[in-house]
Each structure stands twice: as structure tokens, then as C-alpha cells.
Design a protein around this ligand. Structure first.
Ligand SMILES: O=C(O)CCC(=O)C(=O)O
Length: 278
């Protein structure tokens, strides 16, 4: 029996490659998480950036908690089964009135994972609207061949290599996944997706969490890590990440350094240029 998604939602996800919205956090929880993020940014004098954007559950205890949120895990379990790893967590922040964008891309092309079942849950901590640059998806593209990509390294592109699909995407067939703060969307690793600039006076803040079955293997690197978030790991294909005891836990930070270095090697493995962001 499904835990959170109904039959229609599961069928839509399988057919179209996405499903939204799912209510995850209430207004107080959103405010508390945003305050934690922004207190950290105020303290360091700049927004979360570079390697801080990825595997961020190893830096921030509250991201680790969010990654284990029962409503998210119930939805993910409905799609990948009961033994679940979270491979990565990524901040997607577009400052107010900023040109930041994400080009059309398919994650399956870059992540080296031998699964077509990875589910991304993307949680909004501020309004994700067409105006603020919410995600757009190309329904059904996860069931087609992976499209050719090229690297553009555009400064405003939030993607590591500025990777983009090298053929025209028919915008008339795309769907905008607008979310209110505290809501989440789900999308499949093969689904083509993108997002435009933020034309509002608030930051657009999202956190993506990338879930796989424990069966999954990393094929692009010798060593990779993931967090066991539900069930049992009977395979041992990934080094299991520690659970931080608090924000900036020194042991978890040391693990983050190794884990994000390995991730960078995977993401840039056939790239012309390596950028500090992962
Ligand atoms: O936040 C965005 O606009 C894009 C996010 C994305 O590419 C992802 O979660 O896979």
C-alpha cells in the first residue's frame, strides 16, 4: 500500500516524470529554516556558495533533518521502495532581481549513477513562481533517450558546467512547477528541466534532495557517499554519511570535504574546465 502518493499521483509521476505539489513544512517551519540559513549567511558575510551548496546536509543539521522528513520519505518510498539513500542535497538560491538561471538539462547525463529511478524532491523556502524563476519541466522526457548536452559555463547559470541540452526544447510543451513556501515537487533523474531568472524582490530559495534505492551503484568514480535515510543498506555501494550532531559539526565537515571533492570529480569527469562550484 502506498504511504503518501495515491495511484493517480504515482501513475502521473511514472508517465510524466514529475509530481507536485506536496505539502511538507508549515509556515513556522519554513521561517525557522530560512532564519537558520540566513543567520549563517550573515555570519559568513555572503550567501551559501561553492561547495557549501552541495552535500549541504553535512554542514547544516537542519538540512539533514529536512532530508529525513517523513512526508518526503513516504512519497519517495512510494516511488523507489523502502531502503533509501539520499545521495545529495543542493541549495538553489536566486537572489532578488537576479539573472541567475538554470539551463535545460537532464541530471542522468552527469551523475554517474546506474539508476533511472532517482527521485529529486525540491523544497521551496520562499515562493517559487514563474516570476521568481520556478522550475519548468518537459513532461515525459525521462522516457526518451538522453539528449546531447554541451557545456556553456555561463556565469549566471547555477549548474556546475553550465550544461545545457544541445537541441531546441519546445517551450510550448513545458510545465511550470510553482510552489508555495513549504511545498515540494518531485522529478525523475531523466526529466529535462530548467528555470529562469528571479524578477521579484525576494530571494528564491530551494533545496533539492536526491534519493536512490540502496541497490544503486556509482559508475563514474571509485568512492562516493550517501546518507541512509530509511530502511536498511544491504549492498554497501556507498560510504554512509555521518549524521551531524549540530550545524558545522567538525566531524561532519571533514566528511563533507571528502564527499564534495569526490562529487566534483564525478561531475567534471569529462569537462574541459573545472569550476570551484559543485
Ligand atoms: O532550482 C532550480 O531552478 C533547478 C533545480 C535543479 O536543477 C534540480 O533540482 O535538479
Amino acid at each position: 500500500m502506498a504511504k503518501l502518493l495515491d495511484r493517480g499521483a504515482i501513475d502521473q509521476y511514472r508517465e510524466e516524470g514529475y509530481y507536485f505539489p506536496i505539502d511538507v513544512l508549515d509556515a513556522d517551519e519554513v521561517a525557522a529554516n530560512r532564519a537558520r540559513l540566513e543567520a549563517f549567511e550573515a555570519q559568513q558575510g555572503q550567501p551559501v556558495h561553492g561547495p557549501q551548496r552541495s552535500k549541504s546536509h553535512l554542514i547544516f543539521k537542519w538540512v539533514d533533518d529536512l532530508m529525513r522528513h517523513p512526508r518526503i520519505l513516504d512519497a519517495v518510498e512510494d516511488l523507489v521502495g523502502p531502503d533509501i539513500l539520499c545521495w545529495n542535497t543542493i541549495f538553489w538560491i536566486k537572489e532578488a532581481e537576479s539573472a541567475s538561471f538554470v539551463s535545460w538539462h537532464q541530471d542522468v547525463r552527469y551523475w554517474g549513477l546506474d539508476t533511472s529511478e532517482l527521485v529529486t524532491a525540491w523544497v521551496a523556502l520562499s515562493p517559487a513562481t514563474e516570476e521568481s524563476g520556478c522550475m519548468r519541466v518537459l513532461p515525459g522526457s525521462h522516457r526518451e533517450e538522453v539528449l546531447p548536452h554541451r557545456d556553456e559555463y555561463h556565469d549566471d547559470n547555477l549548474l556546475t558546467r553550465g550544461q545545457e541540452i544541445a537541441v531546441e526544447v519546445d517551450e510550448s510543451k513545458t510545465v511550470s512547477m510553482a510552489l508555495a513556501p513549504g511545498q515540494a515537487s518531485l522529478h525523475n533523474v531523466g526529466l529535462a528541466h530548467a528555470s529562469g531568472p528571479n524578477r521579484t524582490d525576494d530571494r528564491r530559495i530551494g533545496i533539492s534532495m536526491h534519493y536512490i534505492s540502496t541497490r544503486t551503484r556509482q559508475t563514474a568514480g571509485e568512492w562516493d557517499s550517501a546518507a541512509l535515510v530509511r530502511g536498511e543498506d544491504r549492498y554497501g555501494h556507498f560510504q554512509l554519511a555521518p549524521v551531524p550532531s549540530r550545524d558545522l559539526d567538525p566531524d561532519a565537515l571533514a566528511f563533507h570535504e571528502r564527499a564534495s571533492g569526490a562529487l566534483r570529480d564525478i561531475l567534471f569527469r569529462d569537462a574541459e574546465r573545472v569550476r570551484p562550484v559543485v
